[in-house]
Design a protein around this ligand. Structure first.
Ligand code: GCU
Length: 667
């Protein structure tokens, strides 16, 4: 059976005989220029891949002269690969060889994976001509992993990083992790939780991190750390961690220097400061810019960066959390050191199943803004619900901010093209863990895959990526792939329907799983469910127009227009911006109450449809994978009904309406 460990790198033997004949023409040798570690990885990957796809050991020949019939890995400074030439690649047929060229070894590695992907999909190489370069420079995973091996919001086992046995023992799995990322174009990884332990700044841990970094380096991946802002005090024994205190600045400089001694290609720091109780510069009356710039100063001698998170909100039940990041950060535009990138969650609140795009995008033109997506399914049903996330990522990326007129999409903000930035970033909160199949739910592998592919090229479509992933990972059978891809593409909408229809909002308390919309006692005044969903006897939803919090004013007029009139707001966003009366008739002809019922019921039922799609593919699926997903879909159905009923019963206490006698949830 397939235990999922090989992910999308299965390299199953090519079965199409005419395609196989085509490929065999290029297997008489591999030649390479360059001898660095990354080139070695490319070569190793190519040899492994070809052996497994085509059953042939292909040897390296270095002086090939005019020979044809091979694959050439050519490190070539003149390679013409558009915008970000360093990591771009070109794959062409030339003089009877397949030639992969790039300016860098990393580019060769990415090209090699692209060729192997092409071959895994059994596509012809007769007119091979592929060129690609990344649209975003820093493409990275954020691990919310703790030193004790737990993972905050992790649902696939414990941490991959075995701190207690490092640096002496380096788990071979680190290399498999690096390979998987490199195959997608991911080039950075933050090893530890943003709620960071100061321990990672100790020499003891720096050498452990260095051992992991040496594995990552072989695959073109740079290692980063999250830092605890108060480390100078708690670890360094200084009286404060004030960013304007020269002793504190000196402490960070020395720390960064020590890190670079052990990790010459260290990527930089990720910082969560003055956010959810974490320490930060505001503890000393300083700004986020003061804090970030202090760290940036420590990185001046090196090629590292500071990624500062914009995830902030106040413990104030009267404030609108939606507005908080904009209010704190927009006034700081232009004040950040050029080495700082601001990392902004895709939506204004917190990775909800559907959020409008964060109003920060486009509104800080002088500051490079990166986007942070969440792969781990904190609000998406953990590891028992199948939710394909590419449509979530795409929805944000394609949103138009209108800051420089129509077409000013979030994608153009974060790829730097709108405001001319070259330090550009896409980050994904990882969904990996020690489970054999990496992600718990076998279909959640697709979310890692989709994030990686989109971080390289945000123009790929959800459909393309799903088809590619399913083909590489589950089956090559066209007939089986269709229902799987359909299931994937609809899964997010189905989840939203039984979880947060119509823009309903509910960051749950506790573990963020159970449907507890009634939760009224968090540890903070704003951490209650009613704060988010605003149910009362009149209606439901958060008024963010002028009559309410006026958060809409943070967007450009064109965007406001889409959302400021309750009669014209697209239904998926309705309750994000309006408090709507229970009996108000919506564009569907149903009242709000009826529409909620319809969605809760239809979408909970739709999980049965998902099961049917999965069953259609069964004959072509590995039995182990089939059974695992089929069982999880059963759990999903049970929980979807549970969530539906919990919401309906709870909302009834406000709406005081019955489920109509003749209500027949559409099948
Ligand atoms: C969410 C999540 C936390 C996490 C935080 C963050 O609130 O529940 O676990 O620390 O986001 O992104 O910093």
């Amino acid at each position: 059976g397939d235990d999922g460990y090989e992910l999308w790198l299965k390299y199953k033997p090519v079965t199409d005989s005419s395609i196989k004949a085509e490929y065999l023409r290029y297997l008489s040798f591999i030649s390479k220029s360059g001898n660095g570690e990354v080139m070695q990885s490319a070569l190793r990957e190519l040899q492994t891949g070809l052996k497994s796809l085509l059953g042939k050991n292909v040897n390296v020949k270095n002086a090939v002269g005019n020979k044809s019939g091979g694959i050439i890995l050519r490190l070539d400074p003149s390679t013409d690969t558009a915008k970000l030439p360093e990591e771009g690649y070109r794959i062409q047929l030339s003089a009877g060889n397949i030639v992969i060229s790039s300016k860098s070894e990393s580019g060769i590695l990415y090209g090699t994976f692209a060729l192997l992907r092409h071959m895994q999909m059994q596509l012809s190489v007769k007119t091979l001509n592929l060129a690609s370069s990344p649209k975003v420079r820093y493409r990275m995973l954020n691990h919310w992993d703790n030193p004790d091996g737990t993972i905050e919001r992790g649902y696939a086992g414990s941490s991959l990083w075995k701190w207690y046995e490092l640096p002496e023992r380096v788990d071979p799995r680190y290399q498999d992790y690096a390979r998987a990322n490199a195959s997608l174009g991911i080039n950075g990884t933050v090893l530890n939780n943003v709620n960071a332990s100061a321990r990672f700044m100790s020499q003891e841990y720096i050498v452990k991190v260095a051992a992991v970094a040496s594995v990552m380096r072989k695959y073109g991946i740079r290692t980063y750390l999250s830092v605890y802002f108060a480390a100078p005090k708690t670890l360094g024994g200084l009286p404060s961690s004030d960013p304007l205190d020269p002793k504190v600045r000196a402490w960070w400089k020395e720390k960064v220097a020590l890190i670079y001694k052990e990790i010459p290609d260290f990527g930089g720091f990720l910082v969560k400061a003055n956010s959810e109780g974490e320490p930060g510069p505001q503890d000393y009356g300083r700004t986020h810019a003061d804090g970030a710039n202090m760290l940036a100063e420590a990185f001046q001698p090196y090629d590292g960066i500071v990624i500062w998170r914009a995830f902030v909100y106040k413990a104030d039940a009267n404030a609108d959390r939606f507005k908080a990041a904009y209010e704190e950060f927009v006034p700081l535009d232009g004040k950040f050191d050029p080495k700082v990138i601001l990392q902004v969650k895709n939506g204004p609140i917190d990775f909800q199943p559907r959020e409008p795009f964060s109003p920060l995008f486009g509104n800080m033109p002088k500051t490079p803004l990166g986007v942070e997506f969440q792969l781990t399914q904190e609000y998406l049903g953990f590891a028992t619900h199948a939710v394909y996330e590419a449509p979530i990522f795409k929805e944000t990326l394609e949103s138009d901010t209108y800051v420089n007129g129509a077409g000013s999409t979030v994608a153009k903000v974060i790829d730097g093209s709108l405001h001319g930035h070259s330090r550009t970033l896409m980050a994904g909160v990882a969904n990996t863990g020690s489970d054999r199949n990496w992600t718990g739910h076998p279909l959640a592998q697709a979310n890692w895959y989709a994030f990686g592919r989109l971080s390289w090229d945000h123009q790929l479509t959800s459909d393309q990526i799903a088809t590619e992933w399913a083909g590489l990972t589950l089956t090559r059978n066209q007939k089986a792939m269709e229902p799987i891809v359909k299931l994937m593409l609809k899964s997010r909408e189905i989840y939203v329907g039984y979880n947060t229809p119509l823009g309903l909002s509910r960051p749950w308390m506790g573990v963020h799983f159970a449907p507890e919309p009634w939760q009224s006692r968090g540890s903070r005044p704003d951490w209650t469910a009613v704060y988010y969903h605003r149910a009362d006897s009149v209606g439901l939803g958060f008024d963010r127009t002028v009559s309410g919090s006026n958060a809409l004013a943070q967007y450009r007029p064109e965007v406001q227009q889409q959302w400021n009139n309750p009669d014209k707001t697209p239904l998926p966003y309705l309750l994000w911006f309006h408090h709507v009366a229970w009996n108000k008739e919506l564009s569907t002809g149903r009242t709000l109450w009826q529409e909620l019922l319809t969605r809760f019921y239809t979408c909970a039922n739709s999980v049965v449809w998902m099961q049917q799609q999965w069953d259609l593919a069964k004959p072509s699926l590995d039995p182990q994978v089939y059974t695992d997903v089929a069982a999880r879909l059963k759990v999903q159905h049970r929980e979807a009904i549970w969530w539906r009923d919990a919401w309906v019963l709870y909302l009834q206490t406000f709406a005081r309406q019955l489920i109509p006698k003749d209500f027949e949830p559409p099948k």
